[in-house]
Design a binder for this molecule. Structure first.
Ligand code: ADP
Ligand code: ARG
Length: 327
């Protein structure tokens, strides 16, 4: 399959963009490097700063349209009121997780920050996290033991090292400096610092009480917003380094057992397309399913509200559970 970057980067578009540079020094060659070095990319392009989306819009706009679908404008509405069926009581749901990506205004994105800027970002985020009422702790990757790190990854709490897509996008430079994870004691609220985005704000727990997970996420995002200013545009919503995450930057997922649909992938994929869902494996993106358990999440994030992202996932997962039960 060809990446969206390759699909839309015609000679004409490349010719138009090849000599341009954003104020932070980002170029089209930097933006497309990950997609060129990883021919199995589905998207294949990253932004270096907010300005990239405007300066290189002749390539970003069609990619954004194709991934998120047609949309008028983006409007954030971060609240849980109105969510229907927010508690899926079905023991095939193993766990629920909702995350949003965020980046700070006044800094380039992670693809194009310097080492000292990344440390500055880390410090600002650490200071803000100190104020949260969930009383978590920040653990820098540099100070973490290899055992602790491996366990956090295995238990689905921490990002992995050495992702080849991020590597070629410049997002792993100076690893592990400036990276870390914050979490509360029971690991139901977590923040990843300086991975693909400067913040990945995460709420998760066992079982299918989606409303509870969503409520916790909203509470602490609102607290963080008192201390941090996140990059946002009326056209693109929250600015993220990958165009798939623009808008709400929200991915609401469940780990769910679907052993019968697992044997009927064309039907499984057809339902997911129809209900705007994405299928991932059990260890996140680019991983495989194990024992019939899949990570099912909303696909579109831009031009829809946060509640619509979560509702897409809830509606679709209910259909999948019903279909899987009918074999
Ligand atoms: P992101 O969600 O930030 O885009 P990934 O798809 O790589 O990134 O997932 C990050 C981690 O979160 C992985 O370890 C993945 O297994 C875990 N995860 C995702 N959804 C769930 C879920 N519903 N329950 C438990 N862990 C989850
Ligand atoms: N760059 C990778 C690709 O094109 C990932 C794209 C979406 N995922 C992400 N984590 N941003 O396949």
């Amino acid at each position: 399959m060809q990446s969206l970057m390759k699909k839309y980067l015609t000679d004409e578009v490349y010719g138009e963009l090849k000599n341009l540079k954003t104020k932070s020094g980002y170029t089209i060659d930097m933006a497309i490097n990950s997609g060129l070095k990883n021919p199995d990319s589905s998207i294949g392009i990253y932004a270096g700063d907010v300005e990239s989306y405007e300066l290189f819009k002749s390539i970003f706009d069609p990619i954004i349209q194709e991934y998120h679908g047609e949309y008028e404008a983006h409007k954030t509405a971060l609240h849980v009121e109105g969510l229907k069926g927010g508690n899926i009581e079905d023991d095939r749901i193993v766990s629920t997780r909702i995350r949003v990506g965020r980046n700070l205004t006044d800094f380039p994105l992670g693809t194009n920050v310097s080492k000292s800027q990344r440390l500055e970002v880390e410090n600002k985020i650490k200071d803000a996290l100190d104020n949260l009422t969930c009383q978590g702790k920040y653990y820098s990757l540099e100070s973490m033991s290899e055992n602790d790190r491996a366990k956090l990854i295995k238990d689905h709490f921490l990002f992995k090292e050495g992702d080849r897509f991020l590597e070629e996008a410049g997002l792993n430079r100076d690893w592990p400096s400036g990276r870390g994870i914050y979490h509360n004691e029971d690991k139901t609220f977590l923040v990843w610092v300086n991975e693909e985005d400067q913040l990945r704000i995460i709420s998760m727990q066992q079982g299918g009480n989606i409303k509870e997970v969503f409520t916790r996420l909203v509470l602490y995002i609102n607290e963080l917003e008192k201390y941090l200013e996140f990059a946002y545009s009326n056209k693109l919503g929250f600015i993220t380094s990958c165009p798939t995450n623009l808008g709400t930057a929200m991915r609401a997922s469940v780990h769910v057992k679907l052993p019968n649909l697992a044997k009927d992938m064309s039907k499984f994929e057809k339902i997911c397309n129809e209900y705007h869902l994405q299928i991932r494996g059990i260890h996140g993106e680019h991983s495989k399913s194990e024992e019939g358990i899949f990570d099912i999440s909303n696909k579109r994030r831009l031009g829809v509200s946060e509640i619509e992202c979560v509702q897409d996932m809830v509606n679709g997962v209910n259909i999948l559970l019903k279909e899987d039960g009918e074999y």
